[in-house]
Ligand binder design. Structure first.
Ligand code: TYD
Length: 332
């Protein structure tokens, strides 16, 4: 296959490109990325010289740029998105632009859409918080913050292009990802790198919120499977099957970095903080997927990766991030 991967310089996108080149030696990949704060060419430094890989600097909201990059590709896999809930609370505009308008452009925009198949990666948060059990693909959407509302909008828009124009769209909704190359604003890399620096770990509220953790490479394998074997117009949940309270995750990170629990700093809760996410993955399991990386060893691998790649994350924690961090946590 020849694929256009959008947002390939980000966390999941870069892991996906590396996975593709490894798993499918005959595939070719074009990476279209705007290189925002979360898109980092260093995430793919190891594949830059690969003749099967090429990079285009551009925005998924730019129709001409998308058209040019998508020429002769078999499918588009979209990872280009604003993803951080906390940022969506203070600067939602960009979320609407990228996560809704960007999907609109990828799906064909105003033109009568033709070939490529956007396999839009989404996120479980579109279902909203769930107290018991797990959300299935048929459940109604109850997004509760501007991030998840934007993702739900993009999701529904993509499906509307399938229903009205026959654009072959497949949607995946994964639970919380973690692993190498994740920008250190998300809880796992933030807490790991803070711990390595002996800095406090800002834990929201009572720390009892639950997330279902999915190792990024398991998500990449699932997206790859859906891309090749999924049915057009369908939605596939991808859950890690490992639910953990934030406080438990935090203590585990401190144990793995050999730092004391006294580094935990309880801070004022995130507004509208969803209590628990959980998705039912029965449907994708029936396609033949299951997570292959147990949580404990995957978290250990991830912590070790950050320990060994300080030169990757250290520059990210200065500049723009430093200013964000001070605004975000300074007065909590
Ligand atoms: P996050 O990584 O932002 O992902 P999401 O909001 O998409 O689930 O947060 C994961 C959990 O960790 C969530 O319950 C919020 C919590 N959290 C903190 O307690 N402190 C923090 O500084 C951050 C970033 C998150």
């Amino acid at each position: 296959m020849k694929l256009l991967v959008t947002g390939g310089a980000g966390f999941i996108g870069s892991n996906f490109i590396r996975h593709l080149l490894h798993a499918h030696p005959d595939d070719r990949v074009v990476n279209l990325d705007k290189l925002t704060y979360a898109g980092n060419p260093a995430n793919l430094a190891d594949v830059e010289g690969d003749p099967r890989y090429s990079f285009v600097h551009g925005d998924i909201c730019d129709a001409k740029c998308v058209r040019d990059a998508a020429r002769n590709v078999d499918a588009v896999v979209n990872f280009a998105a604003c993803t951080h809930v906390d940022r969506s609370l203070v600067e939602p505009d960009e979320f609407l632009r990228t996560d809704v308008s960007g999907v609109f452009t990828l799906a064909g925009g105003r033109a009568r859409p033709q070939d490529p198949a956007p396999a839009a990666r989404q996120h479980d948060e579109v279902y909203g918080s769930i107290a018991h059990g797990s959300s299935t693909e048929q459940d109604p959407l109850h997004p509760s913050n501007p991030y998840s509302a934007s993702k739900a909008g993009g999701d529904l828009l993509a499906l509307s292009y399938w229903h009205t124009h026959g654009v072959p769209v497949v949607i995946t909704r994964s639970s919380n990802n973690f692993g190498p190359y994740q920008y250190p604003e998300k809880v796992v890399p933030l807490f790991v790198t803070n711990a390595l620096d002996h800095a406090p770990l800002p834990l929201y509220g009572d720390g009892r919120n639950v997330r279902d953790w999915l190792y990024v490479l398991d998500n990449c394998a699932a997206i790859d499977l859906v891309l090749r074997r999924g049915r057009d117009g369908e939605i596939y949940n991808i859950g890690g099957g490992h639910e953990v309270e934030n406080i438990v995750l935090t203590r585990e990170i401190l144990r793995l970095t050999a730092r004391p629990d006294t580094l935990i700093r309880p801070v004022a809760d995130r507004p509208g903080h969803d209590r628990r996410y959980s998705v039912d993955s029965t449907k994708i399991r029936q396609l033949g997927w299951a997570p292959r990386h147990p949580f404990a060893s995957a978290l250990e691998t991830t912590v070790r990766w950050y320990q060994e790649h300080e030169t990757w994350w250290r520059p990210l924690k200065s500049g723009e991030f430093r200013a964000w961090y001070e605004r975000q946590y300074g007065n909590r």
